[in-house]
Write a protein that binds this ligand. Sequence first.
Ligand SMILES: Nc1ncnc2c1ncn2[C@@H]1O[C@H](COP(=O)(O)OP(=O)(O)OP(=O)(O)O)[C@@H](O)[C@H]1O
Length: 341
Amino acid sequence: MQSPADPTDRLAHALDLVVDPASGRGLIAAARAAAPRMTGTTASVILDVTGYSDADRTAVEDHIRAALLAVPGVATVRVAMTAEKKTRRIIAIGSGKGGVGKSTLSANVAVALARRGVKVGLVDADIYGPSQPQLMHAADQKATALDKRLNPVPTEYGVPMLSMGQLVEPGRAIAWRGPMVGGALGQLVDADWGDIDVLILDLPPGTGDVQLSMISKHKPAGAVIVSTPQDLALIDATRAIDLFRQASVPLIGLVENMSGYICPHCGEQSDPFGRGGAEAAAAALALPFLGRVPLDIAIRTASDAGTPPAAGDGPEAAAFLAIADRIADWLTQPAALTPTI
Ligand SMILES: Nc1ncnc2c1ncn2[C@@H]1O[C@H](COP(=O)(O)OP(=O)(O)OP(=O)(O)O)[C@@H](O)[C@H]1O
């Protein structure tokens, strides 16, 4: 095709030969490039980089420079970038104590939200005992960085993730002090998450200073508390609820994990940790009850194998999918619309 005579049209023509990685169309056709202008021998253009990853942004800018420098009469190129502020929301998943299934719930809620079409990422903030790489079958993948910004690791479940487990050698003890932990978490949260809308943050267990400073600094849009049904665990869960209330983080609700044991041999249900305790506690604390997950050996074995039950169609998936539905509904409510990162 012949190049247009008008210098502005020539620039537009050259820009439309550069492909927008988001839509696969030319930059002008995709409405990414606007106001191409020639001032003397300088070509300038405004580029909308909303939703681009850092790598895409750099690549497109390089292509624009090359394309415009090839236009006769152009000696220098100026690219002004604009982007809509991304309203990415963090949902923190916490528990008053360890071992109640917080990491299992975080992984499965993230996978279930992705199945619903939510653009979701997962951050393993359990700096001292990261388990998400194993749960998400990404233990052998290391995180990379571009310009000192981390790139999330893709997973086969459509949920990009970052965990300290992907930054340090497996099995190496992480003996960090508080400020270093805060810095590390900041790098995970402020990574190049591209067009991700929701970040699920798997918090470390407990309600100490580390958790409080994480929550204050990263301002989750909402929090989910996990507890097992017995009284002692519920007392700890109440502490976690207080922690979020102190930090003015809206509580999405309470999940009861390990409620009702289904015997793999006879199918009979029993309640080793009791049942219904978390639902009653949620009612007493005026919190929504988001659902219960049974104590099921299939959940443990699938989790250990790096195949989150929520990714499958077995009966174990149903509980997680139902809880994710409640969280997705919450995300559409006005209380969920602030704050953002
Ligand atoms: N509903 C369940 N049924 C069977 N096993 C479960 C269930 N939930 C969690 N588990 C198992 O319990 C163990 C602890 O779960 P998980 O690591 O998710 O807890 P956590 O609260 O994140 O613990 P930590 O304090 O170590 O971070 C894991 O082996 C997990 O597979």
